[in-house]
Design a protein around this ligand. Structure first.
Ligand code: A3P
Length: 332
């Protein structure tokens, strides 16, 4: 269903979706639609743009998910570093359980370690099994915008970690990812088209700026509940960032762990260089649903800050910066 790391797919053509359920079809007909990135259309549902399958994921999460007070939700806009932060949070929270030499992340992809809420909630048995397996603290990820999160996330004591990534790199990363997933019978998708749609807010879970600003405001209003981190800061100073993340999640590193350089071990384990060199991330496949799978290697492309320069003109970069300045005034 979503995208980034998630859920739009070759099999999620609008026509197929319409066959599934007349009510869904009626709902789609009532929504505004725009040209999709790899599906025929994206639909505007409650101010954000989604594939039909992603709308279903949001609705199912709202209907079924009962957050518990100690749950942790990693929230991201697609292509903001979800895969990396899944690995980091999984290692951080489970550091008492696993040795670094035989760590699950050496043989399992980060998306196998922390599932997407909007994917796993669609299969009650998988969801319950997962909850039991990671009891007591359930780790989940989501691309759902803040205003559309299930009510229990807000009413429970669960914590949200939001990861923000620089706009131009997010656009370029999304474009690359979509090209990898694109369906052969859809016309080619030049970056200029992606740029125009992205600027209009039309991208999976977009507008990007609204997605980020809602979580950012929530983090300012409720800093014990929502932590706002950036991809770039984690790149620049992973030790400081990870230590802050550990404190927020009530898993502060103790003196002995500091002596044993546990933070450094986590940073090394989850680094782009290490994860992308592992066989599971080179040849493995992530099955998000029976209809939708993505090769793990598509989640680890370059992992750099500033790759946009290789794909966007300076003028287009400035245009995006200007929108970001206007919409995220105070954040950037
Ligand atoms: P690029 O396409 O710029 O390389 P997501 O996980 O939200 O789908 O985001 C994917 C982006 O995060 C890709 O960016 C990917 O390469 C990058 N990424 C994945 N793992 C990473 C890691 N361990 N360290 C840094 N960046 C990583």
């Amino acid at each position: 269903m979503d995208m980034s790391s998630s859920h739009y797919s070759q099999c999620e053509h609008d026509d197929e979706y319409k066959k599934d359920d007349q009510n869904d079809s009626d709902m789609l007909t009532a929504l505004s639609k725009e040209k999709g990135w790899i599906t025929e259309y994206l639909y505007q549902y409650k101010s954000f743009w989604f594939t039909p399958a992603a709308i279903k994921g949001v609705q199912k999460a709202q209907q079924r998910f009962e957050a518990q007070s100690i749950d942790i939700l990693l929230a991201t806009f697609p292509k903001s570093g979800t895969t990396w932060f899944k690995a980091l949070i999984f290692s951080l929270m489970n550091r008492d359980r696993f040795d670094f030499s035989s760590h699950p992340l050496l043989t399992k992809g980060p998306h196998d370690c922390i599932p997407f809420l909007e994917s796993i909630i669609q299969d009650e048995t998988s969801y319950q099994d997962y909850r039991i397996s990671c009891s007591p603290r359930c780790l989940l990820a989501t691309h759902i915008p803040y205003s559309l999160l299930p009510a229990s996330v807000m009413s429970s004591g669960s914590k949200i970690v939001y990861v923000f990534r620089e706009t131009k790199d997010v656009l370029v990363s999304n474009w690359h990812y979509m090209k990898k997933l694109s369906v052969k019978d859809l016309p080619s998708f030049p970056i200029e088209d992606a740029f125009d749609l992205f600027c209009k807010g039309v991208s999976h879970y977009g507008p990007f700026w609204d997605h980020a600003s809602d979580y950012w405001k929530a983090s300012l209003e409720n800093p014990d509940k929502v932590l706002f981190l950036t991809y770039e800061n984690m790149k620049k100073d992973p030790i400081v960032c990870l230590t802050k993340l550990a404190k927020f999640l009530d898993k502060t590193f103790c003196l002995e762990e500091e002596r044993e350089e546990v933070v450094q071990e986590i940073v090394k384990l989850c680094s782009f260089e290490n994860l992308s060199s592992l066989e599971i991330n080179q040849t493995g496949v992530q099955h998000f649903s029976p209809q939708f799978s993505v090769e793990n290697r598509h989640f680890l492309r370059k992992g750099q800050v500033g790759d946009w320069r290789n794909h966007l003109t300076v003028e287009r970069g400035e245009q995006l910066d200007e929108i970001t300045r206007q919409k995220l005034c105070g954040l950037v």
